[in-house]
Ligand binder design. Sequence first.
Ligand code: SAH
Length: 227
Amino acid sequence: MPPLDFDAARNRMVRDQLEARNISDPAVLRAMRTVPRHQFVPTEMQQYAYNDSALPIGLEQTISQPYIVAYMLEQLAFTGSEDVLEIGTGSGYLTALLCELAGHVISVERHQQLAERAGQHLDKLNCSNVEILVGDGSQGLPDMAPFDVIVVSAAAPSIPRVLMTQLSDQGRMILPVGDQDRQYLEKVVRAGSSWHVEQLMQVVFVPLLGKHGFIEQPQKHKHKRRA
Ligand code: SAH
């Protein structure tokens, strides 16, 4: 089998999945053409990296569908200098895109293993304007606030108030809000002491687990204990 031409596949993805669906922010399109999505998925998934879908990345987590990622980024209207908080690093793919679009990025992931792997991928791409922290991102990072942009890549039952207060004036946040099966992307824009909330499209994300997310269910026992 000939080697896959990832660059060609990525350019096709941008044309057929993003531009064809009216993603038009030149900075977003440039970032999506630049960041090699295949480097953020497990080797056996690389051939599907530019498909129009989310993909598994281990530990029951997923890398989001390219179109949803581009849509979220376009909604955030980056100017290039933003301080960003990302919650749910996952594979680090969105983190790499944020590094292209913003000034500085802090990304929080609750799974140490995913955080480490994402850090290695970002190092390989020489992303130098990023820090990855391990912990419960649902509480935000009050000591490091305010943030011009907050992106949450996991579904919350409601908009965590604590994150709204960590936005700078004119800061914007995007996150999926709903139950564990389906949600709406919501965009929050802060103007001084008021917040404007807009409901965008319907989506399906993995749950945000933590203090201001869903409660983590205890693991079911795989084997019944014998009496
Ligand atoms: N945008 C990511 C996809 C992330 S999937 C990508 O491009 O790959 C959502 C991630 O959120 C998962 O890795 C999950 O472990 C993480 N997550 C869930 N709850 C969290 C919390 N409270 N704090 C930090 N990370 C969380």
